[in-house]
Write a protein of this length. Sequence first.
Length: 188
Amino acid sequence: MEKVILLSGSPRAKGNTAQVLEECKKVIANEGVEAEVISLAGKKIEGCIACYKCRDTKKCSLDDGLNEIIDKIRTAQGLIVGAPVYFGTPRGDLMNALQRIGMVSRGTDKFLSWKVGGPIAIARRGGLSTSYQEMLMFYFINDMIVPGANYWNLVFGAQPGDALQDAEGMDTVKQFSSNVAKLVKKLS
């Protein structure tokens, strides 16, 4: 069965980012595609050290739990990344994760190539567009397919639960999630 991984880059296991991705998971499941939310909450994801050991081992040399996530992404057909915006950019540990995932993929069997997905940025007010664009660069350099929706994948919310009240933002990410699932099925 086709599968989409939804990676939550929030340190809050039940914050806005996690809540938005849970709603996206429901949409994907309703399209008949398996979906799993994986959270970085409680993990300390380090930056890539450019050791290039992944080229031989097909795993990152840093042992902080990211290899288990890489294994799940490797076997999935889709990847959606949700990021809370901190000071106008996606959280640093999430970008650490994306850079290392990309390095392992590019250095080995290019397992990200032709996976379907895209980013979702969640914030109280500012930095959404720049965060969304920064994460898009990960998708494009890794030969991934990013479907559109009726707007960009941006959701407003400060306190946990606020993001679910952003009707336009939630409609957009739900349409995007549906498009990811539909495209995954067409490509399988």
